[in-house]
Design a protein around this ligand. Sequence first.
Ligand code: SAM
Length: 264
Amino acid sequence: MSKPSTRHSPSFTIEPAEKLELTDECHHYQERHEVNWDIQKYFAQRYSIFSWYDEGIYMTDDAWFGVTPEPVANHVANDMYEIDSKKTTLVDMFAGAGGNTIAFALSGRWERIISIEKDAATLACAQHNAEVYGVEPGAITWVHGDSFEYLDSLKHRPEELHPGIRADTDATVVFASPPWGGPGYRTDEVFDLHNLQPYNLDQLHAACSPMEHALYLPRTSDIRQIAKLAPSGRKIEVVQYCMEGASKAMVAYIPEKGVTVADT
Ligand SMILES: C[S@@+](CC[C@H](N)C(=O)[O-])C[C@H]1O[C@@H](n2cnc3c(N)ncnc32)[C@H](O)[C@@H]1O
């Protein structure tokens, strides 16, 4: 008798994530006394971070430090709405608890949003929070993995990616809100972006290029370093995003390489 043939589905190095379960690291704190001292300042601002906090927003303790507050996330999403309509896919390199990704999805601007997070518990929070905010199921394709690996495959070896997360790079924009750290980032009047940790400006720019990209950076970032990244003949727009009169962050909007103004 001949051996029955077994059909293997092809395996890919990076695939869309399933819906992940919330874990013990994911919390919806209700009272100040439940919260670690280092998060209490952020807990006090919970409704400016997620206005629907009480509807059951979950975060890991680390996510509190990096989440983009909702008014800023909405403003960034509005500004990104204006990007050339030929760009139909948005890749969010650092999903975190979902602050930016949710605002991008609710803006209705993007045919596809691919949102990547390397920490499973944080990703579970982001998926859950998107549901809380009523984002349509399927509007966001989540990836549990390393966004640098994802972008490298997208640009050079797309066949390694599951078809559900392949994208035409000419029609793709990347948004990156990396973790902020490194010597001097809280104290320096002008922050040297070579010191941004764990990923510095050059690493972020190289990973996103040649695609158009928006980098969410500390408000004191050295804009001379950003200006040097402008493709020839193009300008970079830098926007400071403020809440209650104080800047929370700046976003550098960096045009794609190899496209002249006349082409756009
Ligand atoms: C500043 S937070 C992003 C916050 C997010 N914009 C929000 O509003 O919630 C950065 C996130 O990037 C994740 N991260 C760090 N390195 C990563 C990588 N190489 N690939 C994917 N995610 C990464 C961290 O786990 C963290 O959750």
